[in-house]
Design a protein around this ligand. Structure first.
Ligand code: ADP
Ligand code: ASP
Ligand code: MG
Length: 443
């Protein structure tokens, strides 16, 4: 079994959806995971935000506008009058159900139900299109198997039991279609895996099915050695190890949801990134294989808050760090970077959800300084201690950029640097010069 995930742009219009039907293999069992058409989830979030503010009429109006766009897609997608009509009926039903959720008592549950509409639409339309093309496929609703527990972690036992049961109901079928991103939570309510979460859906499915490989199809020819949205002359990497890819995804490479790698790496399942616009391109293969070759790639993670915590006593007394980390633990807040000195510890967090409570607890035994709007620049490569020159090349290239924190040595394949977000683009461009100067970068 292979799992193939197609992102928003890969299903972004009628032409792209038709193209998918050409890309997917029909001679071997596959699970096709689809995102919402690009832009849809953003629109749904806007609609749900309006409804949350009590602006019900505005929310309904925006929902109507989105519905109109889907009728156009439907009329372009299907070939025959009968299927255009079936498409329209499907769209009408889905939007009608969503509009019923938009009331003055709009709850978090309703919010998530509205946001889930995008993946329900794309998968429904795609399956209808395959049917029109005479291709047999089965629909496996994500909400019938993809569940997260109270900690919002995938409930692998439940997912496995239910997915196997659903797939087992079909004997001849080779193409199974499901929604990315959406899930049910521990309360049994509709929820989701976070923005960009369809990658994670594909990885979780790959894990429970012990898939041969997980393919992530997107709008670019694999993972590049720098963020192509901010830096020109980036190059696709042909091979990355699980650890390298996990670092890049966690530290901001938008191409992969941060949690995608682990479900595959812990079962040794290769993750292959492919371009829907150039299906014959090799893309990037992420696997156990590790090919050390200097500075490989750079990614940036925004919206970071740096906190400097100074012990109230002059020196860092025994037990101080324990007390500090207990505070972050109490508020379920992950710490990304840490540096220490004799009297203070600086660390970063990427969630401001519990910042106020965290700060007031820390202030009970320390003085605290906070810097918001920071960016972590993560440099992935081979930084084993015996090799010299990489760190100095990186720091040298950043000589005109004020660096707030440096984390080096935590792992042999990551150097992280914290800068104010205003300096992010310059830092990425500067480091790109080091990346490009090397001859050993995998191509
Ligand atoms: P999808 O909708 O298919 O999930 P995303 O927009 O989530 O696609 O991810 C693909 C985009 O990620 C690319 O178009 C590119 O702009 C961006 N991106 C950021 N960092 C990288 C990187 N290191 N390599 C490739 N793409 C990257
Ligand atoms: N549609 C969702 C989003 O836009 C999930 C995804 O695209 O992976 O975040
Ligand atoms: Mg994505």
């Amino acid at each position: 079994m292979k799992v193939l995930k197609f992102g928003g742009t890969s299903v972004g219009n009628a032409g792209r959806i038709r193209n998918l039907a050409q890309i997917i293999p029909t001679n071997e069992p596959i699970v096709v995971v689809l995102s919402a058409m690009s832009g849809t989830t953003n629109s749904l979030i806007e609609i749900a935000d309006e409804a949350t503010k009590g602006k019900t009429e505005k929310a309904i109006e925006l929902l109507k506008n989105l519905e109109e766009k889907y009728y156009i897609t439907s009329s372009e997608l299907f070939h025959t009058g009968m299927y255009i009509k079936r498409g329209e009926e499907f769209i009408r039903d889905m939007f009608y159900n969503a509009s019923k959720k938009i009331t003055k008592e709009f709850s978090v549950k309703n919010y998530n139900e509205v946001v889930a509409l995008g993946e329900l639409l794309s998968t429904g339309l795609f399956q209808l299109y395959l049917t029109e093309m005479g291709k047999n496929s089965a629909f496996i609703p994500a909400l019938s198997f993809m569940r997260v527990d109270v900690k919002h972690e995938p409930d692998f036992f439940y997912i496995n039991e239910n997915l196997q049961r659903l797939l087992g109901a079909y004997i001849e079928t080779k193409i199974f279609i499901t929604q990315g991103f959406i899930c049910i939570n521990a309360l049994g309510e509709v929820d989701n895996l976070g923005r960009g979460g369809s990658d994670y859906t594909a990885a979780i499915i790959g894990n429970v099915l012990n898939a041969e490989e997980v393919q992530i199809w997107t709008d670019i020819d694999g993972i590049h050695n720098n963020d192509p949205r901010f830096v020109d002359e980036t190059t696709p990497l042909r091979e990355l190890s699980f650890e390298e890819a996990a670092e890049l995804a966690y530290f901001g490479a938008k191409i992969l949801h941060p949690a995608t790698i682990y479900p595959c790496s812990n079962k040794g399942i290769p993750v292959i990134l492919k371009n829907t616009l150039e299906p014959n391109d090799a893309g990037t293969i992420i696997s156990k294989a590790y090919n050390p070759s200097g500075v490989k790639a750079v990614a940036a993670k925004d919206d970071i808050t740096a906190i400097k915590i100074r012990s109230s006593r002059m020196l860092m007394a025994h037990g101080f760090l324990k007390k500090v980390f207990e505070v972050f633990d109490e508020f379920n807040t992950a710490v990304d970077m840490i540096t220490t000195s004799e009297v203070a510890v600086s660390l970063t967090i990427d969630s401001k959800k519990n910042l106020t409570q965290i700060l007031s607890k820390l202030k009970e035994f320390s003085t605290v300084e906070v810097d918001e709007n920071q960016t972590i620049i993560c440099i992935v490569g081979d930084f084993v201690a015996e090799k010299t020159g990489y760190a100095s090349a990186i720091f040298n290239t950043l000589k005109d950029i004020p660096v707030r924190m440096i984390s080096y040595g935590g792992s042999s394949h990551n150097i992280s640097i914290l800068v104010s977000s205003d300096h992010k683009i310059n830092a990425l461009r500067a480091i790109n010069r080091v990346v490009n100067q090397q001859t050993l970068i995998s191509k």
